[in-house]
Design a protein around this ligand. Sequence first.
Ligand SMILES: NC(=O)c1ccc[n+]([C@@H]2O[C@H](COP(=O)([O-])OP(=O)(O)OC[C@H]3O[C@@H](n4cnc5c(N)ncnc54)[C@H](O)[C@@H]3O)[C@@H](O)[C@H]2O)c1
Length: 284
Amino acid sequence: MYNLLKGKKGIIFGALDSKSIAWKVAERAHEEGAIFVLTNAPVALRLGTISELADKTGSQVIPADATSIMDLEHLVDQAMEILGGKIDFVLHSIGMSVNVRRGNHYTNQDYSFTKTGWDVSALSFHRVMSVLYKKDAMKEWGSIVALTYMAAQRVFPDYNDMADNKAYLESVARSFGYFFGRDKNVRVNTISQSPTPTTAGSGVKGFDGFIAYAEKMSPLGNATALECADYTISLFSDLTKKVSLQNLFHDGGFSNMGISTEIMEDFMKGFESKEEEPKKKDKK
Ligand SMILES: NC(=O)c1ccc[n+]([C@@H]2O[C@H](COP(=O)([O-])OP(=O)(O)OC[C@H]3O[C@@H](n4cnc5c(N)ncnc54)[C@H](O)[C@@H]3O)[C@@H](O)[C@H]2O)c1
């Protein structure tokens, strides 16, 4: 490895199990020489396997619900105490839609669920940054990253209200990123990742089709969770100090594609079989 994060201190939100993108980021950050605390919602700590990751990376786990200012304040205080100083990097890897979980169609949302999903998935990013900013907890030239998905820009019908949450999240990255940059020399970005088989990802209706389609559309194929972790590490490193307020696509090229030959061939197969049917009848 490259020692890209040697001596750096971080907070990593959202490692639930070994499939989680945050889990891979933690493993890679550890390999690159960082020390960090892991955090997740109390319920996720009970259901997931984060203690394995903590043992493996020599980290402590601090429970925090990302919708609670009190939890976040406690988390940041504890993190600085455990790590012995200000924070160099933060990963926000949190997403959850109650409407998706309950199978509510986008056109027929339960708005109390919509509010909860927005609070957890989008407003939480503002809250995390606000606590870090007010406590002056970020070290100069530190880096804050949140994970997002391209449904913030383009229509993916089954992504449901998470599309709106991601649009808000990306906007918060720009708006807060301005103040964090101007006042503290800290950069803020979002990474827009390919569909990835994790607990959150698999909750989306028709997810296997989603993944297969993106794989065939992207010239480099889908980006894996580990590749996403590699990219995140580069954004935490000193090699990207002037990258800020960006939504960075990490998707094998998908976001700039119109159509690929593979998808076209699959599409035409459907046409050809329809065209063949009457021909067969003609022969009879
Ligand atoms: N999997 C994909 O296809 C994909 C694609 C692009 C972006 N993303 C984004 O990546 C991020 C990580 O998701 P993942 O795919 O690794 O799935 P995941 O299910 O492993 O991670 C989601 C995490 O959010 C945490 N969380 C939920 N409610 C919380 C709360 N109130 N407080 C604190 N944490 C809470 C969960 O406990 C979990 O650890 C999410 O923002 C997701 O939207 C995922």
